[in-house]
Write a protein that binds this ligand. Structure first.
Ligand SMILES: NC(=O)c1ccc[n+]([C@@H]2O[C@H](COP(=O)([O-])OP(=O)(O)OC[C@H]3O[C@@H](n4cnc5c(N)ncnc54)[C@H](OP(=O)(O)O)[C@@H]3O)[C@@H](O)[C@H]2O)c1
Length: 296
């Protein structure tokens, strides 16, 4: 029997590479859309379990990829993340976060593929507002949401957008909090940070992957009428200072942090978004101390 196929974007990234492994483990044939320059290092060792499709940047190229992969559903995770942008970033933000996924939706429509799991961010909801992106990155996610709504209405897509908070886990190459702590713990060097009162909502990678699988099951079960959106939160955000203290306790390495040596960012998220709907059937299982222990 031919194995049923899934198509993923962002598979070479931190979350995508974990999701690929889970899908393979669950018996799916996994197709991934990559760029010619994509590093495949996080997918090392998967061999023939993954079918790579190099996107040439065109809509026609994307239509051919979706046709060749013939997926049951698409998981869209590819994104350029920039907390703050400069003038030189505008084009690549639009390219990665609006144009590329719009090509994907058109290719799905042309090939009659209608199930999508999309990835948004809690940063679309600064100060807990329905429309208030924290930064241009979050605004591009919001712009793509508007495009997705059109395809959902016009092409009867069934879609779920998972709006993620912060994520962490072993083997994370991103220059994020846990890596900063890890490096500071090893080197003993002073780490310059903001005053550290902002609440941080960290979800462990296995819980994040579970959320994608629960959303997929919901689509497969025919429970989604059109477009649904859920926040994937730990529901236990902590001030950054407490996150650092937890890391130091679990790793048994004191962190030399110079609190207040850096200013808060403009539009720093002090209180994460709380006005989200919970994904039915999903809740985070790994608390922060256990998650940090798994990272060490
Ligand atoms: N991680 C978090 O804490 C967090 C929070 C909120 C939302 N999210 C969302 O979760 C998703 C996955 O995040 P992540 O942290 O795993 O990302 P990541 O590690 O930074 O990886 C980004 C992925 O997107 C791909 N990509 C970027 N631009 C592309 C383009 N123009 N064409 C094709 N592929 C492109 C990258 O491919 P290359 O290998 O070619 O660069 C890579 O596979 C993203 O949508 C992100 O916005 C994450």
């Amino acid at each position: 029997m031919t194995q049923r196929a899934i198509l993923l974007t962002g598979a070479t990234g931190f979350i995508g590479s974990h999701l690929v492994r889970r899908l393979i483990g669950d018996g799916w044939r996994v197709h991934v859309v990559v760029r010619a320059e994509s590093s495949r290092v996080l997918l090392d060792g998967l061999g023939d379990d993954v079918c790579f499709h190099v996107h040439d940047g065109t809509t026609e190229g994307m239509i051919k990829i979706v046709k060749d992969a013939a997926p049951v559903a698409v998981f869209h995770l590819a994104s350029l993340f920039l907390a703050q942008h400069t003038a030189g970033d505008v084009t690549r933000l639009m390219r990665s976060n609006v144009e590329f996924p719009a090509q994907l939706l058109e290719a799905m429509a042309v090939n009659d593929v209608r199930m999508l799991i999309n990835t948004g961010t809690s940063w679309q909801h600064f100060r807990n507002l329905e429309y208030n992106p924290v930064c241009l990155y979050a605004a591009t996610k919001q712009a793509f949401d508007a495009i997705l709504r059109f395809y959902v209405d016009n092409n009867a897509f069934k879609a779920i957008t998972l709006k993620l908070f912060d994520t962490y886990g072993p083997g994370d190459p991103r220059p994020k909090l846990v890596n900063l702590f890890q490096r500071a713990a090893v080197s003993g060097a002073a780490l310059a940070m903001s005053p550290g009162e902002q609440l941080i909502d960290l979800v462990y990678i296995d819980d994040v992957v579970d959320a994608f699988m629960v959303a997929f099951a919901r689509l497969q079960a025919g429970l989604v009428e059109a477009l649904e959106e859920y926040g994937i939160s730990s529901e236990a955000p902590l001030p950054l200072k407490e996150v650092a203290a937890t890391y130091a306790r679990v790793s048994a390495c004191p962190l030399n942090i110079d609190w207040g040596a850096r200013a808060y960012r403009p539009r720093e998220v002090m209180q994460p978004w709380t006005a989200f709907e919970r994904l039915p059937g999903w809740h985070p299982k790994v608390d922060l101390a256990s998650g940090f222990a798994r990272c060490l």
